[in-house]
Design a protein around this ligand. Sequence first.
Ligand code: FBP
Length: 554
Amino acid sequence: MTKSALQIARAAYEPKMPEGLSGNVTIEEGAATESVRDQQEIQKLFPHTYGMPIVQFTQTPGTPGMAEPLNVGVILSGGQAPGGHNVIAGIFDGIKRLHADSRLYGFILGPAGLINHEYKELTGEIMDEYRNTGGFDIIGSGRTKLETTAQFDKGLGILKQLNIKAVVIIGGDDSNTNACVLAEYYASINAGVQVIGCPKTIDGDLKNEQIETSFGFDTACKVYSELIGNIQRDCNSARKYWHFIKVMGRSASHIALECALQTHPNVCIVSEEVAAKELSLDDIIDQIATVIVQRAEKGLNFGTVIIPEGLIEFIPAMKKLIGELNDFLAHNQEEFDLVRRSGKRDYIISKLSHKNSAIYASLPETVARQLTLDRDPHGNVQVSLIETEKLLAEMVKNRLDQWTKEGKYNGKFASITHFFGYEGRCAAPSNYDADYCYSLGYTASMLIAGGKTGYMSSVRNTTAPAAAWIAGGVPITMMMNMERRQGEMKPVIQKALVELEGAPFRYFESQREKWAVDTDYVYPGPIQYFGPTEVCDQPSKTLQLEQKGKIEIQ
Ligand code: FBP
């Protein structure tokens, strides 16, 4: 592999670790735990893994060791997130420290690798190629769901063959829910295989009292913020464009909010607020157009609007429309496929209920078409394929044209649209993510050594210097509740949406009017890997506000 100078320098970076993980590691157990809600149902479904205590590691002198080698399997599940390779490096170094003959096996292309018995041994040489790099390419990732006992039994075959004592599943809320179900199943049949989860997703929506953040969020937001900052500097230089910038986040708006905290755009839409205030698409267009008018009055015919990827499904009326479309297409896909392309829009308009039909008819042609395209395997619309940024730009233009005719506006308006997602998911991890991920992986190996199963690796207090971080494990059942999924009540990890009462949103709310009309842009610049700690090691603004109530360094 040819490497850049930065890659070579970065390969030598030694992630900072919590003191509790150095030397010999002792496990301290807390009190029994309960699930966040629906305790009785969850306990019934997870009799072997429910109620376990939170555990925390403390350091005692000596070197951790085991009498026998410890073979471990690792799976990367779902969308890529910066730092995944360091989680694997942490597991590798952890198990090698426990016994030099321990082996680490990576299952190829996600959970499917376990089911199909596709794996590769991760040797020291391979590992050294991937330390502190972005991407999941060391073994690849996939979105196959591990959920049936037939899959679990098939997986057990290869685990037994390789003498694997534990599997680490690195994934988001759904993958960790599945890790918990797998842990319970293997415990119930005395399979002799432990299962540990690791919190991954750039979306930042796998977090709770014990899990401060999912890895990858920090780096991805820093990459998007660098790009947004560059665009802001460009639009503040040319002074002629409004940029509509959609950022990833399938459901929650954490990425959009964090990018706003880092860059101070003129507008940032937060889906959770849209849902709470029951705003319509029209209200959102009005809000954006009003800011454009206010800035035009000051001669500022340029600006930035940040849009969360999942917005469309949080607009109550759009949610209803999408729900009816999902149902309709689930039952009439064949007939719909037979309709000629030019007639599809009218066909849908003729089939929907009166209200939804009117909303559908009001949408621009492209978005109307995108709403009827490519359902995912569960029959849901894929929001990342809907060009919300174009939808909003086009509708804002129409609104401004109308206001011009009515004499309410006489500024100029030209827009450019962007979608930032894939640009950030495989970036080289920031120091925060490199350190956090390595610690999560090392912690996972110590949880395995401690005989734990059904736990998620946890590293807390991460706004403090790394030495003071607290490593341990949280029973996954503790994060669960019952939710309706595809018509059935299922145990799932609660997804963390943006809390409107939380410090990050509150801070944004207190600043947004100023950011709207003033040009108070921040240009964060690229992630720095070498240099002063206040430049290189800052956690996200979201985390700073959540933990300290303030942003320490802009
Ligand atoms: P995970 O939740 O699996 O981490 O993935 C999140 C995400 O990056 C979303 O932000 C985005 O909507 C989605 O993945 C895109 O999925 P795909 O990689 O399948 O295009």
